[in-house]
Design a binder for this molecule. Sequence first.
Ligand code: 6GU
Length: 272
Amino acid sequence: MRVDVVTVFPEYLAPLGLSLLGRAQRLGLLAVHVHDLRGWTDDRHRTVDDTPAGGGAGMVMLPEPWGRALDAVRRGEGPDGRVGDLPAPRGAGDADLPVLLVPSPSGRPLTQALAHELAAEPRLVLACGRYEGIDERVVEDAARSYRVLPFSLGDYVLNGGEVAALALVEAVGRLLPGVVGNPASLAEESHEQGLLEHPVYTRPATWRGLEVPAVLSSGHHGEVSRWRREQGLRRTARRRPDLLAALHAQHPEALGASDLDVLADEGWTPPG
Ligand code: 6GU
């Protein structure tokens, strides 16, 4: 997968070179290209923003640098020409357009399901805005050559899209084949089955007077699995009952009779 990020703070994306994603890049599983938006300005001050039309607080990002940046990145170029290889086109039609991800508190919530959808794409482009946002015509124009997807990390406000870009590239990148060493560990995580994951423990068996639950040392795989399922259900009922309602609405068969007993014990019963 190729990922291009356009930002006025390229240094913000440096952590993508660390840890698992750094290894994925060295292995050629992922190519990340970070571009400075100011490379596409043409004035002495390298201006990227101006006052909002209609008045109001803050500044809005100018369309001209963004238009040039997104045209160039679409062609696999940075401010100074060609960078890296473009992935081979997959077929024809709109599905072949690269996805343009625009971090915004008014975007579609980033979920594990969306991360999986994006992990199937050969190419992602991230347009990180700052200040009050990017002139809306940039997104309108970009829709002619990209599949535009505004996304949000949650219902709170960040100063710019860079932290969201880091989160998105990590959530998507770790789903690419070969990036996480043991793929089995992916399937068991929170949000993969529509539930939160059970708690985990390691040595020592007693620490500051606190014990690892005895069942985990029993050696009975069946009992361990049952206990983990129950703990995941209890945790979800306590912390995220909204997830249970969504799971029950979309996959009623996913919650069996013993699951519903556990949930009833937590005070959760299916709606209706
Ligand atoms: Cl994706 N961007 C910004 N600027 N703020 C956010 C966000 C994204 N998600 C939540 N708040």
